[in-house]
Design a protein around this ligand. Structure first.
Ligand SMILES: Cc1ncc(C[n+]2csc(CCOP(=O)(O)OP(=O)(O)O)c2C)c(N)n1
Ligand SMILES: [Mg+2]
Length: 388
């Protein structure tokens, strides 16, 4: 342990003797939400991050990529060509503003953030394969230092573990978690975030508070006023940011990345909203009101950024329709490539869990093969599943 870690921390407050004991409460802490472009499109020129024109345009292109990708994925799922999909519509500023700051050597462990993986070279084809349940997708992602965690919160201990390794190896990189509001309520969040604070690891936790964990609203998820404040108890620094404002998210995350590299882990709460269903298997009309969705629809992150680009005189250099067409073409080519992917044997799902199959998995595979032998109609069922 370094001197810095073993030294006694400074007491945060003076001792209070006798009468006058008081409770610490939620309201003792003021947690401001950082914003640069207001919902009405106004902003202070001095607060705008120092990006060049091409970077401002790239932010727009990637936000559109995110939106088009979600729309196409939902469409092909409806046609029976995908098992399920978790749309990111409404969260584009949160997702792109953050991902724009990361470097290729950084590691990303993502939940509900697919375009950050495209931004570092993962392909739409592999993403389609992943959502068809083909594990080759994850193998390809690993080549670009990114992985998807479907088991909620499971990535968080890994993020700290990788960050610890990075510090030991003195890497010029950080380890990043994308997590949801719901993930903060898992045991894994405690186990994952605590070591980052205790050991001052180069870890950044980017939490998208999209107001729901499936049907569980944020207000029932936690008794805390904000998620940002939870970070303090773990010894991390925190920022709460308007997740509909791509420039605010970009600034928050780039400053956080610098701080993480300087030795202080950071947790960011990005306040956003999932406009679509949790996944294509979900019916959100059963647990939320249309007027709530409409109100958040008014805070559309792409619209807000477009109004900024217009005011800055950057909009004239952007051919919106041509960009959408290019993304559509990229998706169509990716879908074609995914469709051409050789048909897989279902028993492979047992093979990919460990390098060598364990006795228990071997037993399950035998049972599964027996089942297929005895019930030939299972083949029809498998046949009818989307192939990939
Ligand atoms: C360990 C675990 N428990 C339950 C689930 C089922 N599940 C899938 S997504 C989800 C909610 C996640 O909410 P949040 O963390 O807010 O992320 P969001 O989906 O809103 O992006 C749950 C409970 C799971 N995938 N993993
Ligand atoms: Mg959520």
């Amino acid at each position: 342990m370094s001197d810095q870690q073993s030294s006694t921390p400074t007491p945060p407050d003076s001792v209070r003797h006798g009468a006058g004991m008081r409770f610490l409460t939620q309201t003792d802490l003021e947690v401001p939400t950082h914003q640069i472009v207001a919902p009405d499109g106004s902003y202070e020129a001095a607060a705008v991050p120092a990006l060049d024109d091409e970077q401002f345009r790239d932010l727009y292109r990637w936000m559109l990529t995110d939106r088009v990708f979600s729309r196409r994925m939902v469409n092909i799922q409806r046609r029976g060509e995908l098992g399920t999909f978790a749309s990111t519509r409404g969260q584009e500023a949160s997702i792109i503003g953050s991902a724009f700051t990361f470097q290729p050597a950084d590691w990303l462990f993502v939940g509900r953030a697919w375009t950050p993986m495209f931004m570092r070279g993962a392909s739409m084809k592999d993403m389609i394969l992943f959502w068809r349940g083909i594990e080759e997708g994850q193998k390809a992602f690993a080549e670009h230092n990114c992985q998807i965690a479907i088991s909620i919160g499971s990535q968080l201990p890994l993020v700290s573990g990788v960050a610890w390794g990075m510090r030991i190896a003195d890497n010029d990189a950080i380890s990043v978690a994308y997590l949801g509001d719901g993930a903060t309520s898992t045991g894994a969040a405690h186990e994952g975030i605590n070591p980052a604070g205790a050991l001052d690891l180069p870890a950044l936790f980017f939490c998208q508070n999209n107001q729901y964990a499936i049907s569980m609203p944020f207000t029932e998820q936690t008794g805390a006023n904000t998620l940002a404040q939870k970070a303090l108890a773990y010894g991390l620094d925190a920022i709460r940011v308007d997740g509909q404002d791509v420039l605010a998210v970009y600034e928050a995350v780039s400053k956080a990345r610098e701080r993480v590299k300087a030795g202080k882990p950071v947790f960011i709460e990005s306040v956003t909203y999932r406009l679509d269903a949790h996944t294509t298997s979900d019916d959100p009309t059963r647990y939320r009101e249309d007027n709530e969705v409409e109100a958040w629809g008014q805070l559309d992150p792409i619209e807000r950024y477009r109004s900024f680009l217009k005011k800055e005189g950057l909009w004239d250099g952007i051919d919106h329709d041509a960009i959408v067409e290019e993304i559509e073409a990229e998706f169509s080519a990716a879908l074609e490539a995914a469709n051409a992917f050789e048909k897989r044997n279902v028993s492979e799902m047992f093979a990919h869990v460990y390098q060598e199959m364990t006795p228990e998995l071997r037993r399950q595979l035998t049972e599964f093969d027996d089942l297929l032998d005895r019930q030939q109609e299972m083949y029809d069922y498998i046949e009818q599943r989307p192939k990939g």
